[in-house]
Design a protein around this ligand. Structure first.
Ligand SMILES: [Zn+2]
Length: 115
C-alpha cells in the first residue's frame, strides 16, 4: 500500500524534473533518493516509458562517454499534465497538512515562481 501511494508522488516528481530539463534514469534514482525514496532501477524506467507512451515525455538518445544514454524531456502535453497535478497537490496539501505546513508550501512555491 505504501508503495502504491508513493508511486504517484514519484511519477509526479519525475514529470516535474523532465519538464525542467532533460533527465535520465540513473539521475532520477539519485534525485529521488535525495528526497527519501528508496527505489531501485526497476522504478524510474517503467514510469519514463509509460509517460513517453502517453505523449507526456519525448526521448532523445545521446552518446555520453562512449555509451548511449536516453534522455527524457517533457512535451507540451506533459506540461499540461504537470499543471493539473500541481493544482491537485495544492488542494491535497490544504486538506491533509496542518495549516503551518501549508504556509511553508505556499512560500516555497512563491519563491520558485519569482525566480
Ligand atoms: Zn526533485
Amino acid at each position: 500500500m505504501l508503495r502504491e501511494l508513493f508511486l504517484g508522488f514519484i511519477r509526479a516528481h519525475i514529470l516535474f524534473h523532465a519538464t525542467e530539463g532533460p533527465v535520465y534514469g540513473t539521475e532520477l534514482m539519485e534525485e529521488l533518493a535525495r528526497h527519501g525514496y528508496r527505489i531501485g532501477p526497476g522504478t524510474p524506467y517503467p514510469i519514463l516509458h509509460a509517460l513517453e507512451a502517453g505523449g507526456y515525455l519525448r526521448r532523445a538518445a545521446q552518446v555520453v562517454n562512449g555509451r548511449v544514454r536516453k534522455y527524457y524531456r517533457g512535451t507540451p502535453a506533459g506540461r499540461r499534465l504537470l499543471a493539473r497535478a500541481q493544482a491537485q497537490l495544492v488542494e491535497l496539501a490544504h486538506e491533509v497538512l496542518p495549516a503551518d505546513r501549508v504556509m511553508r508550501v505556499r512560500r516555497s512555491t512563491t519563491r520558485r515562481n519569482a525566480s
